[in-house]
Design a protein around this ligand. Structure first.
Ligand code: NAP
Length: 396
């Protein structure tokens, strides 16, 4: 029997010659799993700074698969706010700066934390995955803005559904935002059926997940968003996900609006506030909390501090918390995997709708410059305010 590695290289050589055009342009009957090429492309940065200035495209050779490693092809990877903060150097966790591993003489970090991959090849000791399986990143800091990688089993969580049930984009965006919403609705206060929560930036990825999980768990929500020309469309959109009420930042800052909220909630309580922004909008949702309510801050999109009137502490016994999924995931790896699987199941069942997306498309025939330009265009859309549309790198 021909050892698989010998066979593999023999076919790879044939395939490479065909690609270079030394023989007629007819593909050989036998295709290697590495027909795509043995190189990867990634969006990297050498120094922290403004993403549009420091991001560049890097091409490097992939090491061979060893007994316990896995060759993966990326299918989709979002551009999340935390990814941008890592490029800027203002996020607490930093990606590793690599040299030899990515054929670079200067240390480079590959951007991106979330992503969905297809397994192309597994080492002979790997039994958990097989070629054709799909997986998502188990941890942050893998560097997901790239075409291919060598991973190991601890890097990946299998997606237990085919692409007909869960799209690559859904899988690639399932592990961070919905899990954050899930835990925040569970971990800070016991929410009973028909209890209310209130949140800022309700059209964010996290906010949309909170609305939908809240609906599934019988909770009611007041959802604050920034005003915009098509505000009625956004209100209808969020209501279709299960938002009980959607209001603008301007509406909620009016003192008289408190009476409207009282009419909505009746004798129920607003026990929980989820804060994605900081600044005035946060102060305004804190004011709506019932006595003993909890305000959980998980994002700072407005880049302003959380300011809460003294009276809310003294007379309403409001509690302030912070939440960081990374910290929780590090201490609850198995529970995290269970929740991600539950979320994938909800996506498959159509109970959770995926976030609106702008695809940043990479195709195999694109030049390096075209890839970089397309990616930076996505970053530009993110920076200029993508109005709740997630930018996602998609490989086609
Ligand atoms: N702590 C954690 O574990 C954790 C986990 C996941 C995410 N996060 C954080 O949660 C936040 C949202 O992440 P995401 O992926 O859900 O975001 P996303 O889908 O990209 O949405 C961003 C949201 O921020 C809003 N926004 C942007 N600039 C704003 C400003 N100046 N003032 C008020 N709102 C503003 C946007 O509203 P418009 O539509 O009006 O632009 C949109 O609703 C980020 O800060 C992220 O780092 C934290």
């Amino acid at each position: 029997m021909i050892p698989s590695r010998v066979f593999y290289y023999a076919v790879l050589r044939i395939s490479t010659r065909y690609v270079r055009g030394r023989v007629p342009a007819v593909r050989p009957a036998i295709r290697t799993r590495r027909d795509f090429s043995a190189e990867a492309k990634a969006i990297v940065f050498e120094t922290n700074g403004k993403p549009l200035e420091v991001l560049k495209l890097h091409t490097f050779s992939l090491p061979d698969v060893t007994d316990d490693t896995i060759l993966v092809k990326f299918l989709a990877s979002p551009i999340n706010p935390a990814d941008i903060n890592q490029v800027e150097g203002v996020y607490p966790t930093k990606p590793p700066f690599l040299t030899d591993e990515i054929s670079s003489t200067t240390p480079l970090a590959i951007g991106g934390n979330e992503g969905a991959v297809e397994i192309l090849e597994v080492g002979k000791s790997v039994t958990q995955f097989k070629p054709g399986d799909r997986a998502i990143m188990r941890h942050t800091l893998f560097g997901t803005w790239r075409t291919h990688a060598i991973a190991n089993i601890l890097d990946l969580t299998k997606v237990p559904f085919p692409s007909s049930d869960i799209t690559a984009v859904q899988a690639a965006t399932a592990s961070v935002n919905p899990t954050t919403a899930y835990r925040m609705l569970k971990d800070f206060v016991e929410m009973k059926h028909d209890d209310w929560f209130i949140q800022t930036a309700a059209n964010s990825g996290v906010g949309r997940a909170a609305i939908q999980l809240g609906r599934l768990w019988g909770l009611r929500s007041i959802n604050v968003v920034r005003d915009r020309d098509d505000i009625d469309d956004l209100k209808r959109d969020l209501e279709s996900l299960g938002a009980t009420k959607v209001v603008t930042e301007d509406e909620i800052k009016d003192k008289g609006f408190r009476n409207t909220i009282k009419e909505w909630i009746g004798n129920r309580e607003i026990k929980l506030g989820l804060n994605c922004t900081g600044g005035e909008s946060t102060t305004n949702i804190a004011r709506q909390l019932s006595t003993g309510g909890h305000l959980v801050t998980y994002g700072g999109m407005a880049r302003k501090p959380v300011t809460v009137p003294v009276s809310l502490f003294i007379f309403k016994d409001i509690h302030l918390h912070g939440y960081w999924l990374t910290r929780w995931s590090d201490s609850h790896p198995d529970e995290k995997e269970q929740i991600v699987n539950e979320i994938l199941g909800l996506l498959k069942a159509g109970e959770l709708k995926d976030v609106p997306v702008d695809e940043v498309v990479w195709t195999a025939d694109m030049s390096d410059q075209e890839r970089l330009d397309a990616f930076k265009h996505g970053v530009e859309r993110y920076i200029s305010g993508s109005r709740g549309r997630k930018q996602v790198l998609v490989h086609k």
